[in-house]
Ligand binder design. Sequence first.
Ligand code: SF4
Ligand code: MG
Length: 336
Amino acid sequence: PEAFLSVRDLRVRFSTEDGIVKAVDGLSFDVERGKTLGIVGESGSGKSVTNLTVLGLHNRKTTEIDGEIVLDGQELTGASERELEKLRGNKVAMIFQDPLTALSPYYTVGRQLSEPFMKHRGASKKEAKARAIEMLDKVGIPQPALRFNDYPHQFSGGMRQRAMIAMALMCDPDLLIADEPTTALDVTVQAQILDLLKDLQQEFGSAIIFITHDLGVIANMADDLLVMYAGRAVERGSVREVLRAPQHPYTWGLLSSMPRLGGDTGESLVPIPGSPPSLLNPPTGCPFHPRCAFTDQVTGASCSGERPSLGAGRAAACHLTGEQKQTIFIDQIKPR
Ligand code: SF4
Ligand code: MG
């Protein structure tokens, strides 16, 4: 099946006072209609930048982009601001971690839902209001016709998140990009919002890109998974495959530092030693080599000298052999 969104060899660089940041360095992925791609990685791994680029929300003056982004047959890297604006209104919508990035405190929730709909769809005020109330109802806001006239500060944190999702759904987007959408919420509300997103996906058939640092959330939300490190994809596969038998040392680190589902309470977490590399001056070869515990098991290649590539389909960008990738996890990582 042809992917709804196809990204090929994407490179994103931006200039800062300190030099050029290589935020994304040769990234390829596909998202199919109606499916969820999870993108996981630590902060600074390039996962948010990737999606701002897809939406054309990067700063065009300071950012340089190479590669291909094809959304529903349309090439985006060369698209004009006007074309992108149209796309953002009609095909793609974004849900942020902080609803106040999307919702202004100065206007009522209803007005903020209606106006883009009038603009992008040529709807009348009355039609837009009816649609907004319908969407507020869908995301579980009680008494939506009354709440239509409220300001964002009159909503609780969870309700604001729901209102932002309603806003994202107004134009029936084919692709929803959710960037850490529940990180700021308490666990119960988080679970409710995630369930809501899954239900809405069923109903609307949207593709979702779900960005998070939380593998537990991904396990529950995504079909496919891309693990990012230092602006590159280091592992890819179905969520099932990657979580059951991860093949990249960085993914092993992420899994070991995650509280085990149903595990003993008080079990100590093993964080990945070291910190994410600077993207001003990324490490040579494999970007993970300064933090990797398995470099001495690699033969016939140099972790600091040669950059491992990520093959097609289920793959991990690492110089370990296929057999090592499978057995090290089972023998050394899993039985903590
Ligand atoms: Fe570790 Fe080398 Fe594999 Fe990179 S290529 S993850 S440094 S073993
Ligand atoms: Mg981020």
